[in-house]
Ligand binder design. Structure first.
Ligand code: BCO
Length: 301
């Protein structure tokens, strides 16, 4: 399956509305334009009306299209508030981060009064289509949780399993990453990885197979795993990479894209509604795929 295929899987019958926080951006509005061409969703564009009009003209978005509404909010941080409120009040179905700091969007999503918390840990899940790899690889969490605890990692796995299921990956294989594939008491990531493995075996983490610790090469390459003599249901064929800290995931994310030529889609999972969350430097294509992934995930709820 390719990321392009997600576009076909989105249900067009019950069309969803996407609220875009700080929409005045070329890549964001190009993604909106393509989403309209594929008839994926309706849009509420939140931001400075003049700026949105100017950028829309440049990228060729027809703002008189009945599937688009504008909400004039000149103050940047308030665009996140308005987009999130629009979802929590039931007008929109999905939040999309536009040209705005990730933190501002996440703080609005976590807001106790009008946010989208659902009593669980929220986490970022990125889906990569890597050239010469025959299946997607999911990476979590490169966008939200900074240094998750063991309990949080278990919930982060569950969030990523939901996204995997939305893509048709059943019983995904999860590799909790570390620098080595054995437990080393001086490396906390290895202890958590072993605990998560046991938690899955005992039914505390469901609908997936967890095995770790695994180093990145053992997780994705059968050859590397067999050279180390690793016997594992996950080694060499991981669907989901769980990393111990945001810096590791963020560096892997960017290296997949910049060095391996990967295509990516990213969402926040675990909230009352999905949130499209890509890096501001990600392309319009990536934002379009992320939007489709969020719409697909929202159908699962
Ligand atoms: C991947 C591509 C895009 C990127 O490159 S993104 C770039 C990197 N990402 C970032 O910079 C964001 C990293 N994360 C953060 O900055 C912060 O953790 C974040 C999400 C803004 C939250 O920070 P603060 O608002 O300071 O939150 P806090 O720790 O004081 O907690 C406030 C309340 O929110 C809760 N909370 C925080 N993170 C949560 C989570 N993941 N899931 C569920 N609830 C969460 C927290 O428990 C607290 O709740 P309460 O007030 O005690 O009830």
């Amino acid at each position: 399956m390719k990321l392009q295929d997600i576009l076909k899987k989105v249900d067009r019958k019950s069309k969803k509305r996407v609220a875009v926080a700080q929409a005045a951006d070329k890549e964001v509005l190009t993604a909106v334009k393509h989403a309209l061409e594929y008839d994926l969703a309706n849009f509420l564009l939140v931001g400075d009306e003049n700026e949105i009009q100017q950028v829309a003209e440049i990228v060729g978005v027809d703002l008189s299209d009945g599937r688009i509404e504008l909400k004039h909010v000149p103050e940047q941080s308030l665009t996140a508030t308005e987009a999130v409120k629009s979802v929590s009040e039931g007008y929109s179905d999905v939040v999309m981060k536009g040209q705005i700091d990730t933190k501002i969007v996440l703080k609005a999503v976590l807001n106790k009064e009008y946010g989208l918390r659902d009593g669980k840990v929220l986490s970022h899940v990125a889906v990569f289509e890597v050239p010469n790899r025959d299946k997607f690889i999911l990476l979590t969490d490169s966008g939200m949780n900074i240094t998750p605890t063991l309990e949080e990692k278990a919930q982060i796995i569950s969030n990523s399993v939901k996204v995997a299921e939305g893509l048709g990956i059943n019983m995904p294989k999860v590799a909790p990453l570390a620098a080595v594939e054995v437990v080393n008491p001086t490396m906390p990531a290895t202890i958590d990885a072993a605990s998560l493995t046991q938690m899955q075996k005992r039914g505390q983490i469901k609908d997936c197979i967890v095995d770790g610790p695994l180093a990145f090469d053992n997780a994705v390459s059968f050859e590397a795993a067999s050279q180390k003599g690793i016997q594992s249901d996950v080694a060499g064929q991981a669907d989901i990479l769980l990393v111990p800290a945001i810096e590791v995931a963020n560096a892997l994310y960017k290296s997949f894209v910049y060095f391996a030529g990967a295509k990516v889609a990213g969402v926040i999972s675990g909230a009352k509604a999905p949130i499209v969350l890509t890096s501001r430097s990600d392309t319009a294509e990536s934002k379009l795929y992320s939007l489709a992934l969020a719409l697909l995930t929202s159908e699962e709820k």
